[in-house]
Ligand binder design. Structure first.
Ligand SMILES: [Zn+2]
Length: 716
């Protein structure tokens, strides 16, 4: 149900629009809106509730952040994960917008301070986890604040039909009870009709107010392939075309993440394993490394993902089939959020489907159980399908789109060679009918292959005319024939015992009204494996800018994409802006980014545009110390102390310490200079802390310690 334009009245004088565009440029660095952004913003400005269904990477944040900048009060954003909130808060701050987060890691004092700031209207955004609303005290405090509207991120968590249901989310219905006049805006990337209705009902918002865009992700290249053996050959080949790019490999079990990660590391890739069983500080650490790109590939269970708001994930590889198509689209949705192309590959096998089915089998009989079977079958059908993958996903979410033509394996020309298997299909279908559609796939294949298993003899099926007529194909090959028949809907699977039935299409095959073809490689016994190919054009100019970004990210202790997304960086490397005006013209650069990074990037642009380009390489940029280091160095040479340098430079002490270390490592200052600078600080350190640090105490340990001191100090 899309909201028609007539439902709302556009601002009659163009003032609002002009102001919107100004804010868009100033804070977010864009010149125009995309897809439904403007319509959604209008809606929020009119103080109406809103459910927005937008694929990832469609500019969701802007929809609620921009109108907030046109309002007086605070916007309260409810988000499921701390990491996700942290990212958003940092992002806002880097765009020059005040934002804070209340969470369980904060101390009471920190939270009180935030509430003071909220009451004094010093913050534009407050991020909170849904469980906060359980506290009456918290609700009470919220009433003191001028709230513009509530934002509920990942709203599908409200619904039991969704794949990420959360209790805390379901209780958000209390928002409308407690704040009947404050509008709610919620977002989700994937919602089927039933999830959509659940969200609207649970949160008590008007079902008229739903805005949707096409679900298709036009920058995702989707492939699905039968896994050969353990799939490692396929995985390594796929990774080769993504050398030096960020990506996630999803495994089904924890153990697989570590064994695969080990294997890949031995094969020359740089990966880390991640799963929910690791200690939380180790998980945080891996998360951070991935964000900062000190490791590019994470081999993980699905525990890794929800909190990642990283734009430049260039690939997502599934080593086995997910439970549902919703899970799958959510997981691949993490790739290519910067709207540049990304590759996703699904490796599946029949055993994945059977393995997952066992988990459902043990559930008590219920509608829920049937739904799960249904969802699993839909997922498997997607995996084996020969139809357009994008169309397949879209239609599952109730969206009709054309075949993609160029961005899925099934649409891409010349990739496949087909073989006619009409005769084999007829044998298979006859066997199903001969046993009166009362048996499953394994049994049918056994009959075709002439098995004398006890069960077959018990039923007297060894005397059937179809018994033993399929000995020319292996079990595996017959499995592929069955997959093809399922894909073209010539057969269907019925009930808990998974008996096979022949459909009308199947009868057409039997009467030769229709032929059946199979992707030849699915029938090959030797399973020769076609290597993935990609025309990699290494764009050295882009790499140079990437090196600069990495370096600044290290200096500023932020993730590279917080500085500029790949898309913005690409534009800089192509257009080489050298004036403030040209720089601001790049999409994604607003006033705050200009002030922070303009100078250093324009300096590089200038060099590349007007000076000897051959002299500049990404390696050199990486090694060269930027101006900020040299400023610190000048002060050291003048004989200034650490305290004096800190005062003059107005930077964080950790940043200056980092500078001094780098200057020393690169031979710009002597060891003596370094020690002289550091010694007053080291001497002032409490002995215990010195010892802790020497013993390898991590920053996370300190956070935990802080929490305990705050909470439990009265015990002593
Ligand atoms: Zn397609």
């Amino acid at each position: 149900m899309s909201l028609s334009k007539s439902h709302y009245i556009k601002d009659a004088n163009n003032q609002t629009n002009t102001k919107m565009l100004q804010i868009l440029k100033k804070y977010f660095g864009f010149d125009s809106f995309r897809n439904i952004q403007e319509e959604a913003i209008d809606h929020i400005l009119e103080k109406k509730d809103l459910l927005t269904i937008l694929p990832t990477g469609s500019g969701k944040s802007l929809i609620f952040q921009l109108p907030t900048m046109m309002m007086e009060g605070v916007t309260v954003v409810i988000s499921p994960l701390i990491a996700l909130m942290q990212d958003q808060v940092i992002n806002l701050q880097s765009n020059g917008i005040s934002a804070a987060m209340i969470n369980s890691q904060n101390t009471f004092e920190e939270n009180d301070l935030i509430f003071d700031q909220l009451r004094n209207k010093q913050l534009k955004f407050l991020y909170i986890a849904p469980e906060r609303f359980q506290s009456g005290d918290f609700l009470y405090k919220l009433h003191d604040i001028d709230i513009n509207f509530f934002v509920i991120d990942e709203a599908h968590c409200v619904s039991e039909w969704g794949h990420e249901f959360r209790d805390d989310y379901q209780k958000l219905g209390l928002l409308k009870q407690n704040f009947p006049h404050i509008p709610i805006t919620c977002f989700t990337a994937t919602a089927t009709k039933s999830v959509e209705l659940d969200i609207v009902k649970t949160l008590g918002i008007d079902a008229q107010n739903i805005l949707k865009t096409k679900i298709q992700r036009t920058n995702l290249i989707i492939r699905s392939e039968k896994r050969r053996g353990d799939g490692r050959e396929q995985i390594a080949s796929f990774l080769k075309i993504h050398a030096d790019e960020c990506g996630i490999i999803y495994c089904f079990t924890r153990k697989e993440t570590t064994t695969l990660s080990d294997y890949l590391n031995k094969s020359g890739f740089d990966t880390l394993a991640y799963h929910a069983g690791l200690p939380s500080n180790q998980r945080d650490d891996i998360f951070l490394k991935f964000k900062n790109e000190s490791v590019k590939i994470i081999v993980a269970t699905i525990a890794f993902g929800m909190g990642i708001d990283k734009g430049n994930i260039r690939f997502v590889l599934h080593t086995s089939m997910p439970k549902t198509l919703e899970n799958y689209s959510q997981e691949i949705g993490r790739a290519g959020r910067d709207r540049l192309n990304a590759d996703v590959l699904l490796l599946y096998s029949k055993s994945d489907e059977l393995g997952k089915r066992r988990f459902i089998d043990v559930l008590p009989e219920s509608q829920y159980k049937q739904n799960n079977y249904q969802k699993l079958e839909t997922m498997y059908k997607f995996a084996i399908s020969s139809k357009c993958r994008h169309q397949h996903i879209a239609s599952y979410f109730g969206d009709e789109i054309e075949e993609c033509g160029t961005i899925c394996d099934n649409c891409m020309d010349g990739e496949k060679e087909y073989q006619d298997i009409t005769v084999e299909a007829q044998k298979f279908l006859s066997a199903i009918l001969r046993v009166e559609e009362r048996f499953g796939q394994g049994y049918i294949i056994d009959i075709l292959r002439g098995s004398k298993a006890k069960r077959i003899l018990d039923f007297g099926h060894e005397s059937l005319s179809v018994h033993g007529i399929g000995q020319d194909l292996t079990k595996e090959q017959w499995g592929s024939v069955a997959d093809t028949l399922l894909d073209i809907e010539a057969i269907k699977i019925v009930g808990e015992y998974r008996t096979l039935q022949v459909t009308i299409v199947g009868r057409d095959v039997l009467t030769k009204k229709r032929s059946v073809k199979i992707d030849k490689k699915n029938l090959e016994i030797s399973q020769t494996y076609k290597e993935y190919k990609k025309d990699i054009v290494v764009d050295e100019q882009f790499e140079i800018f990437r090196a600069l970004r990495t370096k600044i990210a290290r200096e500023d202790e932020v993730a590279p994409y917080i500085i500029f997304g790949d898309k913005t960086l690409q534009q800089i490397s192509q257009q080489l802006p050298t004036t403030t005006e040209e720089f601001l013209n790049i999409s994604g650069i607003g006033q705050s980014k200009l002030e922070k990074y303009g100078e250093v990037f324009m300096e590089l642009c200038h060099t590349l545009k007007f000076e000897n380009v051959e002299e500049v390489t990404s390696e050199k940029v990486n090694k060269n110390l930027t101006k900020t280091y040299l400023q610190t160095k000048d002060l050291i040479d003048e004989g200034k102390s650490l305290d004096e340098i800190l005062e003059i430079r107005e930077l964080k002490d950790s940043t200056i310490i980092f500078h001094i270390n780098e200057l020393y490592e690169n031979g710009y200052i002597s060891q003596e200079q370094k020690e002289n600078l550091f010694s007053p600080m080291i001497e002032s350190f409490p002995l215990e802390i010195k010892e802790w640090i020497e013993e390898g105490l991590q920053s996370n340990d300190i956070r935990i310690l802080k929490k305990y001191i705050n909470k439990y100090s009265y015990l002593f």
